[in-house]
Write a protein that binds this ligand. Structure first.
Ligand code: GP9
Ligand code: MN
Length: 627
């Protein structure tokens, strides 16, 4: 009989090699954070279990050639899945989801970013692939198991999988039902099981619209009533009839405001706005985006609804019915348009903009783009604003316009000639280069203000500048902690780093000041509509007017974390917002303290799920906002 003992069979060797490789990637390339010993164990076990599960299937084949082929191709396909995730992770600090896969048209545009996300040492990842390929040519590595042995091999695989799932459930109860955080799922059951889970969840999502019904909306309306404020603030109608110029400031985080690098101010112009008597500066304003990044921030601003926990809502639900700000303003006689010197289909903007009431989108084809005036992702911001002025002048007034900047985008490339300050000096090239591109954006905004004045558009307009999302991802927190003079970036610090600047500049107002209340992107729509004196009584939204006193008092981040007037809840821990002192350890086990975050946590959960229901079920199709 030509039987092989397990130790010599390729399926066991391949499971070990592939499992260990996956573990090493989790640990050293994805940089997954581990919270306790059990997580540590699970992270080591799950890749071995998944690998064994797949490779052990090979023993079912009688033909040795087929056994070898399965092992060979499973290694290659598995490695490709790992690698795609790795490249994606380096950019988004997140794993791929199915909706994201349907955004392949975006991937093409990532161009220069993708190359900088690939590292020479990534080649090490094909070492086992090469070895398996080589060994699989030797059919002696195949096994010929009898029926009983085959059953045993598969039974072992299934038992291992269940063992893994049980341990995962112990480590993190309701891992799959809550599913807020992909990282936890991957740490506990691995990347491959996560992808299977993702497929299942997605099929569910597509069926949600079909099964959604009108009645869901009434609960949501009742809830929204409890958080809205109808306070008549002294800013109500303060910008009635004025044009709106909204600037979405790419990757602008709040930590650069009023800070220096190499002894030089990073954002002199924005700093001057902080002091300016016509400007309201919101210093505790949080970004609430997820995988859809810039498009998620746009979605928040235009709708005062939350973006989705997975994928970009601009893509997945770009055809829904909305009651968005451009449409509301258009109904008031505003001309509405967007200016962004990128491919119009990026983030599915062309379709979404049409759908939410934009009259015109000045995209890439509206600009003269040359090698000289481009860098990184495309047209440099200064050229972008300069070339936009003539279009702006030609618009009927009042207008509502959105300008989306681009130069301060990862990987923060900028030519020597455009640099007014030198890069920082740390182990992270990304962080180092961030400062000069932030400064470049700051100068571009200043220039734009002057051009608006020269064009005679300034006095009749209000100008809003808002950071869209973070620019410095967790991968660079080591370097960032050095820059900020901290030993490390804790989960508490991480939440505070989700602050982006918001400036509302109203020429001639004289009332400008620094606003310190907790605020978020979800609040922009009600704030602007009130400033413009536009009624939206029947609207359904989750934000508050930032000038109202009677606000709900918390901002929900898209992953379920939140910041309230008093607390910050993240990583399962409740912190005192001011001092950063932990008030609970989040485990609920052996922690006798009452968790003060609990009541707000409930509301946050409810709010996010209501917003998701609106989007998944396309529920606005059942309502008429004009009534
Ligand atoms: C692309 C620009 C940047 O058009 O908005 O997108 P981001 O990667 O920041 O979402
Ligand atoms: Mn962006």
């Amino acid at each position: 009989m030509n039987r092989k003992r397990d130790g010599q069979s390729l399926f066991v060797l391949a499971s070990l090699l592939f499992g260990i490789k996956t573990y090493m990637m989790y640990r050293f390339m994805f940089g997954l954070q581990l919270d306790n010993g059990l997580e540590e164990i699970l992270l080591f076990i799950n890749p071995l279990v998944s690998a064994y599960l797949v490779f052990s299937l090979s023993v079912l084949f009688e033909a040795k050639k087929r056994q070898m082929a399965l092992i060979r191709y499973a290694t290659i396909i598995g490695t490709l899945i790992l690698y795609f995730n790795l490249v994606f992770y380096r950019s988004f600090t997140d794993f791929i989801t199915i909706p994201q896969l349907f955004q392949l048209s975006n991937m093409g545009d990532l161009g220069s970013s993708i190359l900088s996300l690939m590292k020479p040492y990534d080649l090490l990842l094909i070492l086992d692939v090469g070895l398996i390929w080589f060994l699989s040519r030797n059919e002696k590595m195949a096994v010929s198991f009898n029926k009983k042995e085959k059953t045993t091999a598969i039974a072992v695989a299934i038992m291992l999988l269940f063992g893994n799932l049980i341990l995962a459930e112990i480590e993190r109860p309701q891992l799959f039902t809550r599913g807020f955080d992909r990282q936890y799922i991957i740490k506990n059951v691995g990347l491959f099981n996560y992808h299977i889970y993702d497929v299942i969840v997605n099929s569910k999502v597509s069926s949600q619209r079909v099964f959604a019904d009108k009645s869901e909306l009434s609960d949501i309306k009742d809830y929204v009533e409890t958080i809205r404020t109808d306070e008549k603030t002294d800013m109500l109608g303060a910008a009635k009839g004025k044009n709106v110029i909204f600037i979405s400031s790419e990757s602008m985080q709040n930590f650069v405001i009023n800070r220096e690098v190499n002894g030089q101010e990073i954002t002199p112009f924005l700093n001057s706005l902080v002091e300016d008597e016509d400007t309201f500066y919101f210093e505790n304003f949080y970004q609430q985006t997820m995988q859809g990044r810039t498009s998620d921030s746009e979605f928040l601003v235009e709708n005062s609804l939350y973006p989705l926990p997975r994928g970009a809502v601009f893509f997945t639900n770009g055809q829904n019915k909305y009651n968005a700000m451009p449409q509301l303003l258009k109904d008031q006689g505003y001309y509405t348009s967007v200016f962004h010197a990128n491919n119009k289909s990026f983030w599915n903007r062309n379709q979404m903009y049409d759908n939410i009431g934009y009259d015109y989108f000045y995209g890439q084809d509206s600009y003269q783009i040359t090698e000289q005036n481009s860098v990184g992702w495309g047209l440099k911001d200064k050229a972008f604003f300069k070339q936009s002025i003539k279009y702006l002048q030609s618009l009927d007034q009042p207008f509502y316009t959105k300008f989306i900047s681009l130069t301060n985008h990862f990987p923060f490339e900028l030519g020597e000639e455009d640099r007014s300050i030198e890069p920082y000096d740390s182990g992270s090239k990304t962080l180092n280069n961030y400062f000069p591109t932030v400064r470049y954006a700051d100068e571009a905004f200043e220039q734009f203000f002057n051009q608006l004045k020269d064009a005679g558009l300034y006095e009749d307009s209000i100008i809003v500048i808002m950071g869209d999302h973070y620019g410095i991802s967790e991968n660079h927190y080591n370097a960032l902690s050095g820059y900020l003079g901290k030993d490390e970036i804790t989960p508490y610090d991480d939440i505070n780093l989700q602050r982006v600047p918001l400036f509302i500049h109203i020429p001639g107002s004289g009332k400008g000041k620094v606003m310190s209340e907790v605020a978020g992107q979800i609040d922009v729509k009600p704030t602007l509509l009130n400033l413009l004196g536009v009624e939206n009584r029947n609207d359904i939204y989750f934000g508050n007017d930032l000038f109202a006193k009677d606000r709900k008092g918390y901002v929900a981040l898209r992953n379920g974390d939140f910041v309230s007037d008093d607390y910050i809840s993240t990583a399962g821990i409740c912190y005192d917002r001011e001092s950063g002192e932990p008030l609970s350890d989040g485990s609920g086990i052996g922690d006798s303290r009452e968790n003060p975050c609990q009541p707000i946590q409930e509301k946050v959960k409810k709010e996010l799920s209501y917003s998701d229901s609106i989007i998944y079920g396309d529920l606005f199709r059942f309502t008429n906002f004009e009534e």
